[in-house]
Design a protein around this ligand. Sequence first.
Ligand SMILES: Cc1ncc(COP(=O)(O)O)c(C=O)c1O
Length: 362
Amino acid sequence: MATRPVNFSPGPAILAPPVLEQAARAVVALDGVGLSILEISHRSATFEKILADARDGIRRLMGVPDTHEILFLQGGARGQFAQLALNFLKPGVAGAYVDTGAWSRYALEEAGTLGETYALASSKEQGYTVLPPLAGLAPRAGTGFVHTTSNNTIYGTQWQDLPDFGDVPHICDMSSDIMSRPVDVSRFKMIYAGAQKNAGPSGVTLVIIDRDFMESARKDIPKIWQYRIQAKKGSMFNTPPTFAIYAVGLVTQWLEAQGGVPGITAVNEKKARLLYDAIDGSDGYYKANVAAWEHRSRMNVTWRLTSEELEKTFIAEAGAAGLSSLKGHRDAGGLRASLYNQLPLEGVERLVEFMQAFKKSH
Ligand SMILES: Cc1ncc(COP(=O)(O)O)c(C=O)c1O
């Protein structure tokens, strides 16, 4: 573990060594059971407890109120783009989307195949390097929900104050910053996230949903896509992704040991400050894609060098120095460091040292 590269991958992303070690042991045999997590029935008392522990961990960490269900589903966040539309778009009921990046746009387009959708605001024209102003914008009559993306993984913007749309239900894709900072869950009718960035491995999608909102959904769609059915069946209408749920439970335990969400928020702020300061203090050698601190993501920091050639050299030399997965997304280009919860501060310190040395030598 000591010689592992620092993993800046945008997802599937870094997992803390204690999580990996415990997960590896459980793949061979669960403590006190003797069988692998991969081979026990999801109906067994052992797995029911694993799922309940993971759910309770999320409830405690995020302060999820009793009004909301926590579901473990499959199909990733993209699956949710479609599932939420299937449930909540109806004839005469539209979905409003705040378009802050490629993932928001995919969410809007996917839902658009199932019903009426529109962009309430967009920062597409600014290359998604800012968040669009929302003051004075109201969803039009007949809007069933407003959809936002809390953190834009590709471009590196993040809502520091998540917007409020009054009485119109707010659905938020928190795939790339869930459990990385305090969020008042009661303000949202639904939150969802692919687990593979902050919450665990790929294969499980977290959905936190208000029960009354869930009950207002369509009932004339296949059962497998109804949140209500999955809630009634304790996320076991179909066989759930047992290993991924187990690993999410381990991540919640790890997170509690770091002082929970307040503890990890402090570390996340420090990591982001350190890296943005290194970029901003480089006399223009490095240039952040997102200028304003209040729009800057604490999770995905994106920046450029003066030429694509130099960026390629940077990525190659960083890789050789044990700093892995720093290539930016093809839509944004340049470099991206993902600083999710389980990436330690020392990882960013090593990156910053490397950046200073690289600047001197190139
Ligand atoms: C904000 C956001 N939403 C959605 C997705 C898509 O997630 P999935 O691959 O789980 O469908 C991603 C993936 O990076 C993302 O960052």
